[in-house]
Ligand binder design. Sequence first.
Ligand SMILES: [Zn+2]
Ligand SMILES: [Zn+2]
Length: 138
Amino acid sequence: MQRRPQTRNTHQLQAVYQAVCQSSSHPSADEVYWHVRRNLPRISLGTVYHNLQRLVAQGKISVVLLGERTARYDPTTTAHAHFVCQQCGQVEDVFLSHTLLGIDLNVLARQGYRITAHNLLISGLCPTCGGRRSARLQ
Ligand SMILES: [Zn+2]
Ligand SMILES: [Zn+2]
C-alpha cells in the first residue's frame, strides 16, 4: 500500500470534492465530513476544512452563506442566487438574469469597496410547503 503523502492528499481532496458534488443541499463542512468518513474513516474535520479551502482557492467549488453563520459549499461556481425554504430548509439554485435583478454594485465601487463576490438569498416557501402552486393554476 502506497503511503506517500502526495497520493493521500490527492485522494482526500478528490473525496471531499465528490462529497460536495454528490450532495444536492449545499453541504456544510460538517456534512461533507460525515459523508467522506464513510469511505475514509480516519480523515479529520480539520483535513476536510483544509481540502474545502483548497477547492475554493482552485475555483472548483464556491462558498455560500445562507443567512446563517455556517459556510456551505457549492459545486456550482457560475453566478447564481439561492432560494431557501423557511419550512423544510431546502436549498435550490436559482438562475436569474442580472439585468432583471437590477443590482448596481458600481455604487459601492465608487465608495472604494472592491467587490469579489455577491450572494443573493431568496427566502420563502417552496412549492411543496407553500401549497400555492395548484391554487395559482386554477
Ligand atoms: Zn419547503
Ligand atoms: Zn448554489
